[in-house]
Design a protein around this ligand. Structure first.
Ligand SMILES: NC(=O)c1ccc[n+]([C@@H]2O[C@H](COP(=O)([O-])OP(=O)(O)OC[C@H]3O[C@@H](n4cnc5c(N)ncnc54)[C@H](O)[C@@H]3O)[C@@H](O)[C@H]2O)c1
Length: 365
């Protein structure tokens, strides 16, 4: 994420296009300083992209008064100590999700950041995806009437690593290293649900480890201790029911790796990362259930594509531009540590629900 989405697709792409435009028309450039553990790798990336500065010394980088923003995309378990250092150094903070591994740590970060008066943000990339932006427009236009329910399918087959190398880092499958699909995906689900439909009021989840042995990057078998699938039902404010399946053990039989179906009294939509299809009330077919007669109706043909009417670029980049405007220009950016912390809390409550086999109320903040 740090290299591909944030450095190459966001920061370097913004820089190549002349920086970020502020409200007064000024454009500001970005001067990245790469920080990591491996000098050789950093030097290689810096050379490849003509980046002047890199260091393996985070403290030294944070002591540089020219730096405005500390961005963190380390593996999750390394995030909190580094973010705390950056707050202490007075930097504005932007960080990958989840912002912390526990609600307690997340609350700590909120208190520290607010006390230090630094701007803070957490990656909420899914809301910037073209498909979800089209959904936002459909909601704002009143297309759905009263929204009744949301069904989401996220996932794909992540190879175990024995005969085909796994396509995700192995730490994701070890709970002792901060892995687990609930802690990974529920922070996303929280901001997607509250950003589009309403705050989550309750959660029932069943988290499971379907595949308990995998093979790591070095070809060594390891015990997969983290949950790799979660089946959850959420009740949202206003009564919308959302049902989201998240799985790294599912073979894809849909158009995109994530899809949400939203059903409302006046219409329905199915959106993915990019696409959006709709079916209004006035063009809804009238199926009847008859197991004796083969039904040749093409139900998928009853849906209409929502066209791309305005260009929608990379979501990570779009959020970076918003965050930079927020830091320099006080532009709106509601996706702060508080929002990130609600995501961490939802993941915790979902795991509690799963452990106890119970529906759990999500208290108002
Ligand atoms: N927004 C999204 O859609 C999205 C998607 C995937 C991952 N993420 C988040 O991004 C973060 C990174 O995930 P990733 O998939 O890029 O993982 P990754 O393993 O590819 O990258 C993690 C980086 O941290 C470094 N690292 C490993 N151990 C470290 C340690 N002990 N101290 C410091 N650095 C260490 C690794 O060398 C690597 O460069 C995670 O917090 C994850 O939740 C977000």
């Amino acid at each position: 994420m740090g290299y591909r989405q944030h450095l190459v697709r966001s920061l370097l792409a913004i820089q190549a296009d002349g920086g970020v435009e502020l409200s007064d028309g000024r454009r500001v450039g970005i001067r990245p300083v790469l920080v990591g553990r491996n000098a050789e790798k950093l030097a290689e990336i810096a050379k490849r992209h003509e980046i002047a500065e890199w260091t393996t010394d985070l403290d030294a980088a944070l002591a540089d008064p020219r730096i405005d923003i500390y961005f963190d995309s380390q593996l999750t378990s390394a995030r909190v100590p580094a973010v705390k250092k950056a707050i202490a150094a007075g930097k504005n903070i932007y960080a990958e999700k989840p912002i912390a591994e526990t609600s307690e740590e997340a609350r700590d970060l909120i208190a520290l950041a607010e006390e230090a008066g630094v701007k803070n943000g957490v990656v909420h990339d899914k809301l910037y995806l073209p498909g979800l932006r089209k959904l936002r427009r459909l909601i704002d236009s009143g297309f759905f009437g009263r929204i009744l329910s949301v069904r989401g399918e996220f996932g794909y087959w992540v190879f175990e690593g024995d005969w085909i190398p796994s396509q995700r880092p192995s730490w994701n499958y070890r709970s002792e290293d901060g892995g687990g699909i609930v802690s990974d995906m529920f922070p996303h689900w929280n901001y997607v649900l509250e950003g589009l439909f309403g705050q989550v009021r309750s959660v029932y989840a069943q988290a499971v480890t379907h595949i308990d042995e995998r093979v790591d990057e070095q070809g060594k078998p390891y015990t997969a201790t983290a949950d790799d699938a979660a089946y959850a039902v959420f009740e949202l404010e206003g009564g919308v029911i959302a049902q989201l399946n998240s799985s790294w053990d599912v073979r894809v039989h849909r158009n995109e790796l994530v899809e949400f179906q939203v059903d409302g009294t006046l219409g329905s939509a199915v959106v993915g990362l990019f696409g959006a299809e709709i079916q209004p009330r006035t063009a809804t077919p009238r199926p009847t259930w008859n197991p004796d007669v083969k039904d040749d109706h093409d139900y998928l043909a009853d849906w209409h594509q929502v066209p791309e009417t305005t260009p929608m670029g990379n979501g990570f980049r779009a959020q970076w531009e918003d965050f930079i405007r927020h830091v320099l220009d006080d532009g709106p950016h509601p996706y702060d540590f508080r929002s990130g912390a609600r995501g961490v809390r939802l993941a915790e409550l979902a795991l509690r629900s799963s452990a106890g086999g119970k529906r759990i109320e999500v208290p108002a903040e």
